[in-house]
Design a protein around this ligand. Structure first.
Ligand code: HEM
Length: 179
């Protein structure tokens, strides 16, 4: 996992819980703590950090990842305004992740293992987001979609239809934005 993800976690933890939050978390998780944005670090470090934070904050691991993704979006909007400016709604922003956002991320952060999504429109208007990654970070997907919706002043309802964490081959998440 690229260091920028760890840097985002540091920023959201310190912002929400004070400037000791990150060093305390690094100590408690037993990881190195020195993450440069362009470096690559074991996925296990990120999970050790988010699982430890979850335990301290009394959240489930999934809720911690959701909170992280949602809280990180405003920071991503500051750092990558061009990805957001091209859209007026969260739905089209989210749908640009394969063709625009993650390809640019791969150019900027060599070695980034960004996931590829498959999007389909359901008859009732929901967007079906299919996600498959060995990292199985589907709650982070939900957090990013929620954070993107916040950014555009929208509400979103999400439902996990199938989940890799329940031994399914892929996650399918239905996202609905009221018209
Ligand atoms: C400004 C927008 C975005 C930026 C800059 C961004 C950037 C990144 C970066 C740097 C990584 C780490 C890759 C690695 O370390 O190997 C990543 C991973 C990831 N991104 Fe994005 N991303 C953005 C938007 C999104 C959105 C909208 C979604 C969901 C629809 C998303 C879903 C994910 C997930 C789930 C991962 C974890 C890796 C995995 O599951 O295998 N990202 N992204």
């Amino acid at each position: 996992m690229k260091g920028i993800i760890f840097n985002l976690l540091e920023d959201v933890m310190n912002h929400a819980h004070g400037h000791h939050a990150w060093p305390d978390l690094v100590d408690a998780a037993g990881v190195s703590g020195a993450y440069t944005s362009l470096g690559s670090y074991p996925d296990e470090h990120l999970l050790a950090l988010t699982d430890t934070a979850a335990a301290v904050l009394g959240l489930s691991s999934a809720d911690m990842l959701r909170w992280f993704g949602r809280s990180a979006m405003p920071l991503l909007a500051t750092r990558f305004p061009q990805f957001f400016a091209a859209h007026r709604h969260a739905r089209s922003f989210v749908c640009s992740v394969n063709a625009i956002i993650h390809p640019e991320v791969r150019k900027l952060y060599a070695g980034a293992g960004c996931p590829h999504f498959h999007f389909t429109d359901r008859d009732d208007g929901a967007l079906i987001i299919a996600y498959q990654s060995p990292r199985r970070l589907c709650p982070l997907v939900e957090g990013f979609v929620a954070g993107a919706s916040d950014h555009y002043g929208e509400t979103v309802a999400m439902e996990h239809l199938t989940c890799m964490l329940d031994a399914q081959p892929l996650c399918r998440i239905a996202a609905r934005w009221p018209a």
